[in-house]
Ligand binder design. Structure first.
Ligand code: PMP
Length: 476
């Protein structure tokens, strides 16, 4: 077949080719071809276009990575210019001009004192690096007894073994439980007393804790659970007072999603280690980073080839193409207009939710911070697969959504317009109406639905989006 322009009716062929050779993450491949996957050919602005020319508003920012939209001329241009210099050179023992420039630009904006930036490619690795740095920091300081971590219920930090270990059980990854190292765990943001309980655990365990790991403000993969800034701040202060390092995982919240450039700013905290990823390149290229505060970085200084050295680094860490895009992306965020749009659109979304989502009989509750929102559905029975089916119905209407279990996630790009947002919400309402009608649920049976919905959440449905026995939906 010819490459380039799509012609009508090609999706099925592409899906067959795809299923023959590609293994998709968090996806049951035996049923993948039957789920009508969107086969992307190209994008324009905030829309993806499939191989048959159908358009989809990217209401999940391609898994929370896209910030300004797809094919942003200034980012395209930055990437092209860097191609004429160098695509990649190793950062192990050597430097690269554009990576230095990016680190300088990040250092000016990250909520970390005297920052030093260690680059990698995925969010999970940014967390993995932070855990290893925190652990070795105490060894280097001559306090090797501080070797465990305090982490929260519902936490999700990525899929590598260390990140899985600080992440909570569930998310469909229970099979790996024997590989996860033990941590101290206190409740997550669904417990209104989570902060007090974390502080109590800090009191009990601080002599053995290398660090505490938090997702400031939003536990995203858990289904968009929200924390109050003062609670996050209280926990951060308790860490500082007890000498426990604070790791802020801002892989999801970083680069504007919550209305602040970093959620840590909203909480007025200065983490010792900050994990960045996803939006760092505006959704263009895989890049992540672990930012270490001065005292942490300095504990690694010592003799050449000595034991204080951090013996860790990834082949593509600090990729020059990604760095060039990330640098230009930071420049585009600098004047504050994108963040101002997030705040305005977030208000609009809250208003739309109040008017048409929260009162909807299919909705249990809506949680939102900035442009990170979760619409928790209230299915009539366990196994009704409402999350999956509502999103499929929305995709059929041109809005690309993906659920976390029975939570429909709305994380549109930061540059989203008022009309894109209101269209997304009205399509979501239509999609919920459709699924309710398919199941013969009368439009006004909300009170009756609620208990069943609670039972569904407790026992988990056999949905591919929430494996049997999983206490939480699988992560993005
Ligand atoms: N931390 C958080 C808070 C995340 O939301 C995610 C991914 N959704 C990760 C870490 C892992 O990032 P990645 O998928 O890039 O490894």
């Amino acid at each position: 077949m010819t490459t380039g322009e799509a012609t009508a009716g090609q999706a099925a062929r592409w899906v067959a080719r795809d299923a023959a050779v590609v293994w998709h993450g968090f996806t049951q491949m035996a049923t993948y071809p039957d789920q009508a996957p969107v086969m992307v050919d190209r994008a324009e602005g905030r829309e993806l276009v499939d191989v048959d020319g159908r358009r989809y508003f990217d209401a999940i920012s391609s898994l929370w990575v896209v910030t300004l939209g797809h094919r942003v001329p200034a980012l395209d241009e930055a990437l092209r210019r860097q191609l004429d210099r160098v695509a990649h050179s190793t950062m192990l023992g050597n430097g690269n001009r554009v990576v230095v420039e990016l680190a300088e630009a990040l250092a000016r904006v990250v909520p970390v004192d005297e920052p030093h930036v260690l680059f990698a490619s995925d969010g999970a690795v940014a967390v993995e690096q932070a855990l290893k740095i925190a652990f070795q920091h105490w060894v280097n300081r001559g306090e090797p007894g501080r070797r465990t971590f305090l982490a929260l219920g519902n936490a999700y930090h990525g899929d590598t073994i260390g990140a899985l270990s600080v992440g909570d059980a569930g998310f469909g990854a229970d099979v790996f439980d024997p590989l996860r190292f033990p941590v101290v765990r206190t409740p997550g943001y669904d417990d209104p007393a989570w902060a007090a309980k974390a502080v109590a655990a800090l009191d009990r365990h601080h002599r053995h804790l290398a660090a505490m790991v938090v997702e400031p403000l939003v536990q995203g993969a858990a289904g968009m659970l929200m924390a109050e800034p003062e609670d996050v701040r209280a926990v951060a202060e308790a860490c500082r007072e007890r000498g426990v390092l604070l790791v802020a995982d801002e892989v999801a919240t970083g680069f504007g999603r919550t209305g602040w450039l970093f959620a840590s700013e909203g909480c007025r905290i200065r983490p010792d280690l900050l994990c960045l990823g996803k939006g760092i390149t505006g959704g263009y290229l895989p890049m992540s980073a672990t930012v270490a505060a001065g005292p942490v970085f300095e504990s690694f200084l010592g003799e050449d080839l000595g034991r204080r050295t951090f013996y860790h680094g990834h082949s593509y860490g600090g990729n020059a193409l990604a760095a060039a895009v990330a640098l230009r992306h930071l420049e585009l965020l600098a004047d504050g207009s994108v963040l101002a749009n997030v705040v305005e659109r977030a208000e609009q979304l809250a208003d739309l939710a109040r008017r048409s989502l929260i009162p909807h009989p299919a909705v249990a509750t809506v949680r939102q911070r900035g442009l990170m929102a979760g619409v928790e559905l209230a299915p009539p029975s366990p196994g009704a697969r409402w999350g999956r089916r509502v999103c499929a119905a929305a995709v059929g209407r041109g809005i690309l959504l993906r659920p976390l279990g029975d939570v429909v996630v709305l994380v549109p790009p930061l540059t989203t317009t008022a009309s894109e947002l209101s269209r997304s919400v009205s399509v979501l309402v239509e999609a919920m109406d459709q699924v309710m009608a398919e199941d013969g649920v009368p439009p006004r049976r909300r009170e009756n639905l609620r208990p069943a919905a609670a039972a569904a959440a407790a026992t988990a449905s056999p949905d591919g989006d929430r494996p049997p026995g999983a206490s939480r939906p699988p992560a993005p």
